[in-house]
Design a protein around this ligand. Sequence first.
Ligand code: NFS
Ligand code: SF4
Length: 627
Amino acid sequence: FKLTTVEEFEAATERLLETGAKVGADAWQFRVKNQTPHCKFGEEGVCCRICSMGPCRITKKAPRGICGCDVHGIVGRNYLKFTAGGSATHSDHGREICHTLYESSADGCYQVKDPEKLIRIAKEWGVETEGKDIYDLAHEVAEMGLWEYGKPFGTQRFLKRAPQSQQELWEKNELAPRAIDREVSCSLHMAHMGCSSLPEALIKQSIRAGLSDGWGGSMMGTEFSDVLFGTPKPIDTEANLGVMVEENVNIVVHGHDPSLSEMVCEYADSPEMIAYAKEMGAKGITVSGVCCTSNEVAMRRGIPMAGNFLQQENVVLTGACEAIVVDVQCIFPALGPLSKCFHTKFITTSPIAQMPDSEFIRFDAKTADEKAKLIVKTAIENFKNRKPELVHIPQLKQKATVGYSVEAIIKCLDGVANSQVDEMGTVKPLLQCVTSGVLRGAVAMVGCNNPRIRPDLAHIELMKKLIANDIVIIASGCSAQAAAKAGLMDKRAKDICGDGLKRVCELADIPPVLHMGSCVDISRMMILASELAKCAGTHVSQLPVVGCAPEWMSEKAVSIGNYVIGTGIDTFLGVDPYVSGSSEIAEILTNGTREWVEAAFTVEKDIDKLGDAMIARIEEKRAALGI
Ligand code: NFS
Ligand code: SF4
């Protein structure tokens, strides 16, 4: 067993770019060159264009905008708007899932696959469940979920899942998120011309908007996806471009909302469609995924992961992709023109993400079955249009075991429990591993790729370093896919861990890097951390647990960062969130927020130092607890 290196990923990409050159295809690698150097004002966050007296750029010579706003107000407002964009996006995804749940029925397109979880949530929300039809209950809970977006009074229902101490901090500092849409609107209101320019106020609202995502929209997205499609449990799959099969019709699902990808997978697997593919000259159908939708279907169905964010163009460059089917978020508009260079059909499905040069097949909960069928058929019928001379699938892939929801982690960790002292079926055995020092702590590795960082390198190198130091990794999003491509989610990766983590991997039969899902599933990590803190009788901030997004790029990632520190977990970033232009904003984000939520950001572009800083923080927390 050998890990795949980033050099091997890059060699595969080089070979694909040669194909691209033959057909005149563009690629991000070239566009980055055209965009470099980036605008300094933008990078530092000091450009304001929220009113038409501007744009105003802050320099030594011009320390204030025309309205008189200083650099701290401008940087802070930009940061808040960035966060609001992310919170809106994750939360709107959650809202779509609520609507899908609302549409579920015994004989419709979507069913309830995990009724137990639905009943659990219903009880948590104070809904009478006795003797109720499961679909009546689903509709009632879905509607309550939808009210979380616009209710006039009160705060998010799921906040009660956090430890008491964190809830008190939120209350005391006015950080407890109210209706989700209200937090997004309020953020935009505060960042309007002539509203807030006080750094503390802007960052506090950023945290509140972030929390409305993590403990509101994202958490509903995760929980109701589990209700509809099943709560993930450990399952074997594979990752990297080598999962595409040359003889088969290749359908790639890309985006975020499992309502689409689940249906596509369902139909692609039907005897009718497989027979049709054979009729059209293929051996069968392979569905693989890119970005978070890939994580969703990998976690629940073992559908292989073709790649992560900066690999999305590579999928088309194989010349073997019949259709790339997308819903929302993280989709390169480049896929349109790129697909035109090949036979690939670029199929958009959501009114939220409409793009030129795509075929739009509008997808919705009511007609999901016929639309999914149409999509699969379109791909099959496109198989004959392949240009064989352009087909090249890099033979790189690794095995991965994925599907570690909180429920699954608890179950696996029963394997290490000492039945005399530990309560099985709780986080106690996991906590025991940490307090005894067998595990030094945990790092939540999340987020994207970003051409500013050599793709995947930071994720992979950091994970290798951490697991060698007996720190278990929970991963999600494109970070998780980097791990899977490298082989770090293969159970055999235990051999490159420290002795303690290796022992835990053996006893619990888990890989050292646990795939917890997509980016909305970072809400799972918040629940896990909360459960650990409750079990330990500590604040979340006292646990030897940190978050890390070394290659992040999206607004969503900043929203996540805000709710992770907002939950009391120190967060380490490898890319600066456009705040270096303001000493005050930078100081609040890296230190000042501790006063409100007991956690803050660290930004460090040197990956090795970033890893050392995380290990040092984990050891500090251990020392403070006396463990
Ligand atoms: Ni997260 Fe998922 Fe990937 Fe980044 Fe995009 S796919 S929601 S934002 S790029 S990890
Ligand atoms: Fe300039 Fe103020 Fe308008 Fe921003 S709000 S563009 S700083 S005048």
